[in-house]
Write a protein that binds this ligand. Structure first.
Ligand code: HEC
Ligand code: HEC
Length: 274
């Protein structure tokens, strides 16, 4: 090896060392276990309550009345929103208030979380300011501890949102056998779920207004999330399975059926008497 080659090798290793040090520093910020401890007092209780609701949304006494299917927030926001890629909650609070093209207005984190009840949970939007809304957003905000505020002027998505796969046409006929080989053991041949995985179509699944009801979004999510603990699909397989899953019937979304009565859209929750 010439002296010049040696210098390039040395520079290259230095570069790699810097890049990996950077990656580790970012990681520890994002998963934040080290820098993120629960604050004292009532706030800590509310954050823990939020985590419980995210994990048991369909059964928790505070949230079950607002859920219309068999899914919990953690069914898609894996590991209670702490999975770094599968619709992570890490860093999300720092992106709000954000512009929502669908709603044509700037929305808050609370708005965004409550919208998932209407679509992904096929239920009713809980009132703004309700205990369930405050607890969930306290938990999500806590997961953004020490993240710099970067309000999103384009869409209501956090800095580590699911990376969109390159566009491709999914083929239902190719997707069916791949689904049966890799997914049916937990989600059922009939897609209706089992003890090992929630329903992926049918009445107990997300409705056709949900993010995952769009094939490209579902494909991108599957690429980083499924099969659980072993996400190994190629981009084309992800598109094919997504097309197959979303070719089945699921609840139809009609906005007015998912909004609470007008006098229950929000509450004043302060305890002050004057
Ligand atoms: C059927 C799957 C599914 C369920 C169930 C679900 N969500 Fe979501 N949610 C998504 C997807 C997909 C996105 C878009 C994420 C992305 O592109 O990174 C999203 C986005 C969000 C966002 C915005 C994230 C960001 O990056 O800004 C919040 C907040 C959110 N969901 C909260 C909730 C809450 C709270 C619940 C439970 C009440 C819930 N979601 C249930 C699929 C789901
Ligand atoms: C080992 C069991 C298992 C396998 C195999 C598996 N999943 Fe899942 N899947 C789950 C579980 C469990 C969840 C919910 C995550 C949670 O609650 O922690 C889930 C969540 C989902 C969701 C979001 C929630 C819903 O029901 O709509 C979709 C979509 C999904 N899986 C599709 C797939 C596809 C497609 C495959 C095959 C490529 C697959 N899964 C393989 C267990 C599995």
């Amino acid at each position: 090896m010439s002296a010049r080659d040696l210098v390039s090798v040395a520079l290259a290793s230095l570069f790699i060392a810097c890049v990996s040090a950077q990656a580790i520093a970012d990681d520890s910020n994002d998963s934040g276990r080290t820098s993120r401890s629960l604050p004292p007092g009532e706030l800590s209780r509310v954050i823990e309550l939020g985590r419980e609701i995210v994990e048991n949304t369909k059964d928790h006494p505070l949230s079950k009345a607002y859920v219309g299917n068999s899914l919990n927030c953690t069914s898609c926001h894996l590991d209670s929103g702490t999975h770094p890629e599968a619709a992570t909650f890490l860093g999300v609070a720092a992106a709000y208030p954000a512009w929502s093209p669908r709603e044509e207005r700037v929305i808050t984190l609370q708005d965004r979380a409550l919208n998932c009840f209407m679509r992904s949970e096929n239920g009713i939007r809980p009132p703004v300011g309700s205990e369930v809304a405050i607890a969930i957003t306290a938990y999500i905000t806590w997961l953004s501890t020490a993240q710099p505020i970067r309000m999103n002027p384009d869409k209501p998505l956090g800095p580590h949102h699911v990376p969109p796969l390159e566009e491709s046409i999914g083929d239902i006929n190719r997707g069916k056998p791949i689904y049966e080989d890799n997914c049916a053991s937990c989600h059922g041949d009939n897609g209706l779920g089992s003890d090992d995985g929630p329903p992926v179509w049918g009445e107990e699944s997300y409705n056709d207004g949900a993010g995952l009801s769009r094939v490209p979004k579902l494909a991108s999510w599957l690429k980083v999330a499924m099969p659980l603990d072993d996400a190994l699909l190629t981009p084309q397989e992800a598109h094919d399975i997504a097309a197959y899953i979303n070719s089945h019937d699921r609840p139809k979304f009609n906005l007015h059926a998912h909004l609470p009565p007008k006098n229950q859209t929000g509450v004043f929750n302060g305890k002050t008497k004057q």
